[in-house]
Design a protein around this ligand. Sequence first.
Ligand SMILES: Cc1cc2nc3c(=O)[nH]c(=O)nc-3n(C[C@H](O)[C@H](O)[C@H](O)COP(=O)(O)OP(=O)(O)OC[C@H]3O[C@@H](n4cnc5c(N)ncnc54)[C@H](O)[C@@H]3O)c2cc1C
Length: 417
Amino acid sequence: MKADVAVIGAGYTGLSAAYHIKRLLAEREVIVLEAEGAGYGASGRNGGMALNQPSMDYMSMVRPETHRLTYDATAQCIREISELMKTNGCGSFIRPSGSLLVNKAEKGAEKSKEYAGKTSSMGVPIEYWDRERVADEIGTKVYAGGLHDPNAAELEPMKMVQALKRAAENAGVVIYENSPVLRVDEGKPIRLLVRGADGGLRTVTAGAVVLGTDAYSSKLGFFKSRLPVLHTEIAATKVLDKDALSDIGWASRIPFHDDHMYLYHLGTTDDNRIIIGAGNAEYFFNDSLTYKKDLNKRRKALHRELVRIYPELKGVELEHIWTGALTYSFNMAQSVGVTGKNKNIYYGIGYSGHGVTLSFLFGKVIADIHAGEDDKWKRMPFYQNDLPPYTPPEPLRYIAVKSYMGYMRILDMMKGD
Ligand SMILES: Cc1cc2nc3c(=O)[nH]c(=O)nc-3n(C[C@H](O)[C@H](O)[C@H](O)COP(=O)(O)OP(=O)(O)OC[C@H]3O[C@@H](n4cnc5c(N)ncnc54)[C@H](O)[C@@H]3O)c2cc1C
């Protein structure tokens, strides 16, 4: 089989890259090879917060004009995702609710206030809310303050996958599911060994490859020593009564996450459940993609946090719990670009739990680099960004990653609850 561009992975990065390449270069033959089903990875199982720009800590380090450009680019992406979901039958699954980054302690609230002062001078409409204002919107007084971003959104993750998949197919992309790529041999063209859905082995030759494989990339030999694979968990309540959210004071349904490294994030679903995720991350030896912890313990921990925030929900059980894998970047740097001996392997990686909007954006950037129209992205912080420094092979990597994770816990303790 031959293609001009073979995209590996049908998550947001891969589908967005395939869609945007085909839109820009209609004559190119673009295929997507997905090991399982579209959305099997983090894209089909995340918390659904479509956030603007990388994290606040990261953005605090970039220049004001870069900050503004980055915010505008992601806000534009959220509008485009919304439009794509609407035109592909999934419009009711994205809510232009904005989002809140809430501060667990006064120290964090002070930092947020200062950050909002800076963003407003740049024309970025992120606003500081104090404890009372936060409580008015989300019904809990446990937070000292927060940053409200009016341009963020909440969406049903798998519906975004479906919309992107439809859009890509309508544009002429051919998607092969249950077709894992087993090997990538660099060259001009690149040769891929693929197990087809019928079990047979095939070779695909392609002029260019897009790695839309995030946490799975190291298994194909890419970015192995750069980005550890972390696993996080999310749980969902049963379907709540129609008035349950107003009863707890969360009629706004603004999704929120706190300001710790091991942050909790909460949102709501279209069928009126609350979802709560994280507060934890796990690393398993050799970047294993298999989750190995006791999920029932995690369910209890997530329930404890839910009840801490909303004591009224004490009797509401968490009906479902699931996990997902992501790449975590030690220097908080996401990166999109092109690599390989022949500069024909495109990638978007290192989202660090902040990838719904950015992966869509990185698909656009990949398309523009491929078409030679990437000048406008060159000033962005993520363009060909350096990934974190080398981490040693196992077993030293395990020790290094676990030590870093322990250090993050200490930082969280210092931030206070
Ligand atoms: C639990 C969880 C909650 C999250 N919550 C949020 C959130 O609320 N907001 C936010 O902004 N971000 C969130 N994220 C991060 C966000 O979901 C990811 O950054 C984003 O989905 C990454 O998309 P992707 O397409 O790059 O990777 P993925 O969605 O992981 O897609 C990779 C795809 O590649 C396929 N694949 C892998 N290997 C091969 C192979 N050899 N051959 C063929 N196909 C292959 C996989 O099957 C998979 O479908 C969360 C992540 C997790 C895990």
